[in-house]
Design a protein around this ligand. Structure first.
Ligand SMILES: NC(=O)c1ccc[n+]([C@@H]2O[C@H](COP(=O)([O-])OP(=O)(O)OC[C@H]3O[C@@H](n4cnc5c(N)ncnc54)[C@H](O)[C@@H]3O)[C@@H](O)[C@H]2O)c1
Length: 551
C-alpha cells in the first residue's frame, strides 16, 4: 500500500469511527458470534485475543502487541500465556484418556454430533456476510488479495460441508476379517490418540488450523490448538462460531503463546500426538523433543518442470505467476524453482511472466508484506545467487516503493533469478539455490533433452517434497518424471500447478514417514487416528477339545 493509500485508508477508518451511523451499520454486518470487526481494528481501536481452556475464555497477565503489517501500528493485543501460566492447559489435556473422547466402542453418538456441528458451521460460514467477515479478517493479519483470502474461507467452508451428516462416522469405518474357527473374527478400528496438540503457522490463518482441528475432533481426540500469534485472532473468532454451532466447551483448548512456552507445554502435558505445520527448523526440534510422537507439514521448496511440448504459453505463464507470487509467495506450495525445457526459450514465456508480475500492486495486496523474511534477507539471498557464474535477475530484484510496511517485515517486488542448471548441482551452490525463501522469490533454470537426468537429480537431492508440477501432455515424459520423483501433492499435465490445492486434494509431503496430510478423509484418518485390531474369539471350543502336547 503506498503511503498515500495508507493515509487514505487510515483517514477513512477514522472518519468511520467518528460517524455513529456508519459505525452502527458496520457492526450490523458483523456476525453475531464475532467480537471484532475487521475494518474497525486499528491502533486507536485495538482488538483483543483471548485463550480458551477448561470451557472458559481467559486472558493472560501478558499482552503481546501485534503490528499492522501495512503500517506498523500496534493494532491487536494477544493475551499470551507465559511459561508460569500453563497449568490449566496441562490439567485440561491430562483429563482426556488415551482412548479419547469417543471411539467406535464408546460414545459413538459423538460422531453424529460432529456431523451436526459441521452441518451448522458449514451453513453459518457459507453466509455471504460471514465469508466476507473471515476473508477481511484474514487480510488484516496475513495480507493477501481479497480473492486469495476468500478462497481460503471457501475451501474451509466446503471442507465442513464434506463432513456433514454421517460423513464423520464413515471416517471411523472399521473392517472385519473371518478368523480360523467359529467365533473368531478380527476387526480393524480407527482409534483416536486422546490428548493431542496442533501447532500452525501464519500463512493460512483459517484453513490450516480449522481443517486440522476438525479432523482431530472427528476422530475422537481432545486437541489443544496453538496458532501463530500474528494471526490467531482469526481462529479465536472461528472457535466462537464453532461454540455457537454446538461444539462442546470442554472439547478444545486454545492457547496463545510464544514457541518456547508451547514447547514447554508439550513436554509437560505429553500429548499422544502433535501435528506441526511450519518451518523445518522447528519441526526437527519438536520431532526430537517429542521422541517421534509427531506428524509434520514442514517447509516447501516446490518445483515445476516444463516439458518439451510447448503450448498454451499465455495460460502457463499465468499459472507460473500465480504459483510463485500469489499471497506474495507465502504459500508452502509456492513455486520456488522452475525447470524450463529449452524449447520454451523462444516462446516468450519469461517475458509474459515478467509482465504479469508487474501487474501486482500493494493497493489490492496482489503483492504485499512478507511476514517472516525481511527485505534485507531477500536482497542478501539474491546477491549470493548472483555470485554464481551465469546467473542473472530476470525480473524484480528490488524492494517495493512508497509503502509504510514496517521494517520487521519484508517488502519485495516479485522476483525471478536465473541460475544455470550445471551450477545449481555443484556442491556449495545446491544448498544456497534450494533454500526456501518464504516470499515472492523463485529460481528459474533451463535444461536440454539430454539434461533431464540432471533435473531429476536436483529434485532427488532436495529435502522437502511437498508439491510439484509437471507441465506437459507428453505421456512418456510424464511417466518418466513422475516415476522418478516423490512429492506428496503433484499436479501433472498441461494445466499443472503447484499451489491452490482445495479441500478435495490430499495436501502434504511424501518421502518422510512423519509426513502429515490435510483436507481429505484419507488425510484425517492418517493423521488423527491409529489402527487398532480387536480379535474376537468367543468360542465355543470344539466339543472334543483335548489338552495338546507342550510346544
Ligand atoms: N507443509 C505445509 O503444509 C505448510 C503449510 C504452511 C506453512 N508451511 C511452512 O511454514 C513455514 C512458515 O511459517 P513460520 O516461519 O511461521 O514457521 P515457524 O516454524 O516459525 O512457526 C510455526 C508455528 O510454530 C510455533 N513454534 C515455533 N517454535 C516452536 C517450538 N519450539 N515449539 C512449539 N511451537 C513452536 C510458532 O509460534 C508457530 O505457531 C515455511 O517453511 C512454510 O513452508 C508448511
Amino acid at each position: 500500500m503506498s503511503r498515500l493509500v495508507s493515509r487514505r485508508h487510515l483517514a477513512a477508518a477514522a472518519a468511520l469511527r467518528r460517524s455513529p451511523a456508519a459505525f452502527a451499520s458496520r457492526w450490523l454486518h458483523t456476525p453475531a458470534f464475532a467480537t471484532v470487526s475487521p475494518e474497525e481494528i486499528s491502533g486507536s481501536s485495538p482488538a483483543e485475543v483471548q485463550n480458551f481452556v477448561q470451557g472458559k475464555w481467559i486472558k493472560s497477565a501478558n499482552w503481546n502487541w501485534i503490528v499492522d503489517p501495512l503500517n506498523g501500528e500496534k493494532f491487536i493485543k494477544v493475551g499470551e500465556v507465559q511459561g508460569s501460566e500453563i497449568k490449566p492447559f496441562v490439567e485440561s489435556l491430562s483429563k482426556c484418556p488415551k482412548h479419547g473422547l469417543h471411539n467406535p466402542l464408546r460414545a459413538p453418538e459423538r460422531y453424529l454430533m460432529y456431523g451436526d456441528i459441521s452441518t451448522k458451521a458449514a451453513h453459518m460460514l457459507g453466509q455471504p456476510e460471514v465469508l466476507d467477515f473471515f476473508a477481511k479478517l484474514v487480510q488484516r493479519v496475513s495480507p493477501k488479495s481479497y480473492q486469495q483470502a476468500l478462497l481460503e474461507v471457501q475451501v474451509s467452508q466446503k471442507f465442513l460441508e464434506n463432513f456433514c451428516g454421517d460423513q464423520v462416522r464413515f471416517l471411523a469405518r472399521s473392517f472385519a476379517v473371518p478368523g480360523n474357527h467359529v467365533g473368531q473374527m478380527s476387526n480393524g478400528y480407527r482409534w483416536p490418540f486422546g490428548p493431542v496438540a496442533i501447532i500452525t503457522p501464519f500463512n493460512f490463518p483459517l484453513e490450516i488450523p480449522l481443517l486440522q482441528l476438525m479432523g482431530a475432533l472427528y476422530m475422537g481426540n481432545k486437541p489443544v490448538l496453538k496458532v501463530d500469534s500474528k494471526v490467531s485472532i482469526v481462529m479465536e473468532q472461528m472457535i466462537r462460531l464453532l461454540h455457537e454451532c454446538g461444539l462442546p466447551a470442554e472439547d478444545v483448548d486454545f492457547i496463545n503463546s510464544d514457541g518456547i512456552t508451547m514447547n514447554k507445554l508439550l513436554l509437560e502435558a505429553n500429548p499422544k500426538m502433535t501435528l506441526f505445520t511450519g518451518s523445518s527448523r522447528v519441526a526437527e526440534k519438536l520431532a526430537a523433543d517429542l521422541q517421534g510422537r509427531i506428524k509434520l507439514e514442514d517447509a516447501g521448496f516446490d518445483w515445476k518442470i516444463l516439458g518439451p511440448d510447448v503450448q498454451e504459453v499465455d495460460y502457463i505463464s499465468w499459472v507460473c505467476d500465480q504459483d510463485a507470487y500469489a499471497c506474495s509467495g507465502q504459500k508452502c506450495s509456492a513455486q520456488s524453482m522452475l525447470f524450463m525445457h529449452k524449447n520454451w526459450s523462444s516462446s516468450g514465456l519469461l517475458e509474459k511472466m515478467k509482465r504479469l508480475s508487474e501487474r501486482r500492486k500493494l493497493e489490492d495486496l496482489t503483492i504485499g508484506p512478507v511476514l517472516t523474511v525481511t527485505t534485507a534477507t531477500m536482497i542478501e539471498h539474491m546477491n549470493n545467487l548472483l555470485k554464481i557464474p551465469g546467473s542473472k535477475v530476470l525480473f524484480g530484484g528490488e524492494p517495493l516503493e512508497n509503502h509504510s510496511i514496517p521494517e520487521i517485515y519484508g517488502a519485495f517486488k516479485p522476483t525471478a533469478v536465473f541460475v544455470p542448471l550445471v551450477e545449481i548441482l555443484k556442491n556449495g551452490n545446491f544448498e544456497l539455490v534450494t533454500k526456501e525463501i518464504f516470499g515472492p522469490f523463485q529460481v528459474v533454470t533451463e535444461y536440454s533433452e539430454e539434461q533431464l537426468d540432471l533435473v531429476l537429480e536436483a529434485c532427488e537431492r532436495m529435502n522437502a517434497h511437498l508439491t510439484a508440477a509437471v507441465v506437459s501432455n507428453d505421456k512418456l515424459f510424464l511417466q518418466e518424471v513422475l516415476g522418478r520423483s516423490v512429492n506428496g501433492t503433484t499436479y501433472a499435465g498441461i494445466r499443472a500447478r503447484t499451489t491452490g490445492a482445495p479441500q478435495n486434494h490430499w495436501f502434504g509431503p511424501a518421502g518422510d514417514p512423519r509426513g502429515a496430510g490435510i483436507g481429505t478423509p484419507e488425510a484425517i484418518k492418517l493423521v488423527w487416528s491409529c489402527h487398532r485390531e480387536i480379535i474376537y474369539d468367543i468360542g465355543p471350543l470344539p466339543k472334543k477339545w483335548a489338552l495338546p502336547a507342550a510346544t
